[in-house]
Design a protein around this ligand. Structure first.
Ligand code: IPE
Ligand code: IPE
Ligand code: MG
Length: 244
């Protein structure tokens, strides 16, 4: 792969994380700072999402998982929740063709429960179906996603499958997570200066490198992704072992 001109020299293209996961946070504060309603912050986050996808494509990230709506976000005011449902639906409608053209496979992680409007589910299914054959980058939108819910769902599946207690191990549980084909995230980026996980990918990020930035999500661009990747490349991953 030839490096696009704007990829900074401090990134080693031979050691790009294969899976990057992002907690897209700070939309509300971005809007408040401008005297705008919170929903304007969500709308402004679209450009950040698309630029981040382009940045991932630039440097050859293969898996990108984005936290779009958590199982706890239903606690927000009804108007904001309604806005987010409609916004995510229209975003898919507006952007799926260009993402498809770029070779992006779109898919979703989360619970398909009664609270997610049917038309949103339909748009999700259409987008996933349209892009199912793409392999350049897998963009997983974590939507109505909770890390605890995912583990509970996997345990329920183990029980349904009649797996005996002594056959329950990390492998059998992991294979029942929402997307067992995806490698665990190498790098998790959280924006907006919050230093927490907020129920994101609890199982999968056991050994992920965590990078926190003060940038509010609507201001995040591929350059911020590259900075996080450069930081990742300065880390030493040990997985409980010792330096070899
Ligand atoms: C992230 O931004 C988007 C969602 C959680 C849907 P927030 O809406 O959480 O923004 P802040 O954290 O209130 O600034
Ligand atoms: C996490 O952000 C969820 C998403 C980005 C979708 P929140 O804004 O909901 O997290 P908390 O409430 O600050 O922990
Ligand atoms: Mg937030």
């Amino acid at each position: 792969m030839t490096a696009p001109d704007d990829v900074p020299p401090d990134i080693d293209l031979e050691r790009v994380p294969s899976h990057v996961a992002c907690v897209m946070d700070g939309n509300g504060r971005w809007a408040s700072q401008r005297g705008l309603p919170r929903t304007e912050g969500h709308a402004a986050g679209e450009a950040a999402l698309l630029d981040t996808v382009d940045g991932a494509l630039d440097i050859g990230v293969r898996w990108l998982t984005m936290f779009a709506f958590s199982t706890e976000n239903w606690r927000r005011p009804t108007d904001e929740v309604r806005y987010l449902m409609g916004f995510n639906e229209s975003l898919l409608l507006r952007r799926r063709d260009e993402l498809h053209a770029k070779g992006v496979r779109i898919r979703f992680a989360g619970r398909r429960d009664w609270r997610v409007p049917r038309r949103v589910l339909r748009r999700m299914d259409e987008s996933a179906g349209l892009t199912a054959g793409n392999r350049r980058l897998t963009l997983t939108m974590a939507f109505n996603y909770g890390g605890r819910a995912e583990i509970v769902d996997a345990v329920r599946q183990l029980v349904r499958d009649g797996v005996p207690a002594d056959k329950v191990d990390e492998r059998s549980l992991r294979s029942r997570l929402y997307h067992p084909d995806a490698p665990d995230p190498d790098l998790v980026v959280r924006t907006s200066g919050e230093y927490r996980i907020s129920n994101f990918l609890l199982w999968e990020l056991a050994y992920s490198e965590l990078v926190f930035t003060d940038v509010l999500w609507p201001d995040f661009r591929r350059r911020d992704l590259f900075d996080a990747v450069a930081e990742y490349q300065r880390r030493e991953r040990r997985y409980g072992g010792v330096r070899s």
